[in-house]
Ligand binder design. Structure first.
Ligand code: SF4
Ligand code: SF4
Length: 718
């Protein structure tokens, strides 16, 4: 029997480590991840993905704003057609309704098809505790039921298991030795489960959609078991969340255009079953089948009214947000969710399964934004995960380390003084090199996957008066630099390389010195008030300049300044306007070079150096800049694409400290891919990624030169 337990951080870290050490899990999730990406790309070719996703988002948002009305319409329509419609406020109520129907009808055996909502309410446990025989009939669900586990994926619940493990479980279940041949194992399951469909007194299914205009529901499956569960037993109970309500059949069909494509890269699942009213039954005395539909609220009607979280009610449970998540890829669903898994699992755990259970899980997200770009319903999942963290901080308060971080990063002068002091204090461990050679982190071996950079002996701001470019009388553009902490204090040479290019192209450059950290690290730990005060100061420091653009060489800063500043000041009129102006001027280095300055191949001497590229998450997804950096590289060198260029490097600021094992595993896979290209140089648009990849490469003693794209370009300017 599957019972979900609460975890402490130390237990959670231990379990994460176990997953990382599980060779089979790593291999199978790796294969799944790469196959899924390729298949998804194929299935969405020549399909208006964005258009259909936008349509789903609009229709689901509208549906959730009139949830009560749709529920009443559905009830009326379904009851006209002989169905009994129930509504359960809580998980316990929903389970009790099923048990009551079972008791009144003298039910003994129950056959189930797959339903995440029954996982949410822990229905099986509830019924089994009350003496009912409950059997799952979806192959994956049956396998995990035999093992007493929960699903590790919303669509492929047993993806974490090998055929050997399944053969052992089937041997135990059938009492007959089973080999690990998949076809034979499927036959064993089929023979065993067929009997259950026939013997069951009650069938329980989920529902992918519930259509208000005609009171119908639909299930999408690949095994056909839902069709048997809903038509053979004399009673059918459909168990579904209120969020599955949709006004019209047409809107339901639109969501089906995306659901199978996104879930399993199929045009359509093998079976789509529609149930519209109670049908006749040859096995009941009155020749009628009982059909009950239970709508589970369990917090949904409250979430539908929440100004931020209501978006999550659009979710069609396709599971794609897990399929592209670098953390899920490594640790699997049991370590990245409570019952619901992946990105949406982190949010739904907070909303449906207690804030306490979300405290640890919500931290296990790198903010890579991969989930946002594939979501079937256009949900901004990273934003909602940040919102969970924010609300948890409000509810539970800040930890000591966060208070310290808030104090230091919230005070620009103190932060900069400390970094200056650190640049002197580090000498014994850097021995004058650009790396911290004897890491204090050697006390924590899991952090030793990369060499950390030294603090620069002179920050960019301290060099500014000497390195600032000559002023042009007829400038091509007037820009300001937003430096960001990593380049200001660790890699000033990256900014200086950019200045060299700007000067040669007649760009006038300013550096407002009151600017500080962009505040992304503070946002990542839920410290919104400090984020706002840092953001106000940043915007104020640029407000007097009449800049054509505010250029940053850090994709993470750029994406945060451009996308999040506006979002967080929407309810402060003075700063809302400032944020709109400020954000509209933010430009990343590569698109500024290509699109504003119009830099072409003629501006460079081309070498035959083999150069590969890492597409930083916040460059390719946050700022949606993909072509420009690759074009720039190809102007100056022999660009060699690497596998999975746009997957996360595992940095994520404090994430790489908090979950060092995961971060280290991610960066090592990235480095394997870069090494396989045979390139001698690796460049990117983000100094955070440079910390991670340069440090990882150094640790592996790779000879590859790792740095910022601006350095490569500056070296090759004509
Ligand atoms: S932002 Fe990235 S790490 Fe976080 S849940 Fe989404 S895919 Fe996973
Ligand atoms: S959040 Fe989006 S991607 Fe994730 S399961 Fe829901 S619809 Fe699919």
């Amino acid at each position: 029997m599957h019972v979900v337990e609460r975890k402490s951080m130390s237990k959670y870290r231990k379990e994460v480590k176990e997953s990382l050490d599980d060779k089979f899990l790593r291999k199978s999730l790796d294969k799944f991840f790469t196959d899924y990406r390729a298949n998804r790309e194929r299935i969405f070719t020549d399909f208006d993905e964005k258009g259909v996703i936008d349509k789903i988002a609009i229709s689901k948002d509208a549906a959730m704003s009139r949830l009560e009305e749709l529920y009443l319409q559905f009830k009326e329509e379904a009851e006209k057609r002989g169905v009994t419609v129930h509504r359960a406020d809580t998980a316990e109520d929903a389970n009790a309704i099923v048990a009551d129907i079972a008791k009144k009808n003298n039910v003994k055996r129950i056959a189930k098809s797959k339903s995440m909502t029954t996982e949410e309410t822990q229905l099986n446990t509830y019924l089994i505790d009350r003496g009912y025989d409950v059997i799952e009939t979806d192959l994956g669900e049956w396998i995990i039921q035999l093992r007493g586990e929960g699903p590790s994926h919303m669509v492929m619940p047993a993806i974490h298991l090998s055929r050997d493990q399944i053969a052992k479980d089937f041997t135990k279940e059938t009492g007959i030795e089973q080999d690990n041949d998949i076809q034979r194992l499927v036959k064993v399951a089929r023979a065993r489960l067929r009997k259950e469909f026939i013997a069951a007194d009650m069938g329980i299914s989920g529902a992918n959609v519930a259509v208000a205009e005609n009171g119908s529901i639909a299930t999408l499956t690949n095994e056909g078991n839902a069709r048997l569960v809903t038509t053979l037993p004399k009673i059918h109970v459909a168990f579904t969340g209120l969020d599955k309500l949709i006004p019209t059949l047409e809107e339901a069909l639109t969501s089906m255009l995306i659901l199978p494509r996104n879930a399993t890269a199929q045009l359509l699942t093998s079976y789509v079953s529609w149930i519209c009213g109670a049908t006749n039954s040859e096995i009941t005395e009155d020749k009628k089948r009982q059909v009950h539909i239970i709508f589970v609220d369990n917090g949904r009607s409250k979430v539908a009214l929440d100004p931020v979280f209501s978006e999550v009610m659009r979710c069609v449970r396709c599971g794609a947000c897990a399929n592209v998540c670098p953390v899920y890829r490594l640790v699997g669903g049991h370590k990245m969710g409570y019952i619901y898994i992946g990105a949406v699992g982190l949010i739904l755990t907070y909303l449906y399964h207690g804030h306490d259970n979300a405290k640890i899980l919500a931290q296990n997200c790198i903010n890579c934004e991969a989930c946002r770009t594939v979501c079937a319903a256009g949900i901004d999942l990273p934003k909602l995960i940040r919102e969970v963290r924010l609300r948890l901080v409000k509810e539970y308060g800040s930890s000591v380390d966060r208070k310290l971080m808030k104090m230091v990063m919230g005070d620009r002068k103190m932060f900069h003084r400390l970094l200056k002091f650190a640049s002197y204090a580090q000498l014994p461990i850097t021995a004058g090199t650009k790396f911290q050679r004897h890491l204090p982190l050697m006390l924590f071996p899991s952090h030793n996957f990369r060499a950390l950079p030294a603090i620069a002996s002179k920050s960019f701001r301290d060099q500014w008066s000497k390195v600032k470019p000559k002023v042009s009388a007829k400038p091509k553009a007037n820009i300001a630099i937003f430096a960001g902490c990593a380049q200001d204090f660790m890699y000033p040479e990256q900014l200086i390389a950019a200045l060299k290019i700007f000067e040669s192209k007649g760009v006038n450059v300013s550096f407002p010195e009151d600017q500080g950290c962009c505040a992304l690290p503070l946002e990542m730990v839920g410290e919104r008030e400090t984020v706002k005060s840092v953001a106000r100061r940043n915007m104020d420091s640029f407000v007097d300049g009449n800049y054509d653009a505010i250029v940053t060489l850090c994709a993470s800063c750029g994406s945060f300044l451009k996308n999040v500043y506006q979002e967080i000041f929407h309810d402060e009129p003075e700063y809302a306007e400032k944020a709109t102006n400020f954000s509209s001027k933010i430009q990343d280095f590569s698109s500024f070079m290509r699109n504003t300055l119009g830099i072409t191949a003629d501006d460079f001497n081309k070498s035959d150096e083999k150069v590969t590229y890492h597409a930083a998450c916040h460059e390719c997804r946050g700022l949606e800049v993909t072509e420009e950096p690759r074009e720039l590289i190809s102007f100056v060198a022999d660009y060699v694409p690497a596998a999975e260029e746009d997957t996360c490097c595992g940095f994520g600021g404090t994430y790489s400290v908090k979950f060092a094992d995961i971060s280290g595993s991610i960066v090592n896979r990235k480095l394997d891919n870069f090494e396989a290209t045979g390139a001698t140089r690796l460049v990117m648009d983000c100094p955070g990624c440079v910390i991670q990849l340069k440090g990882g490469a150094k640790k592996r003693k790779m000879t590859m030169n790792v740095g910022h794209i601006a350095e490569l370009l500056a070296e090759n300017m004509k």
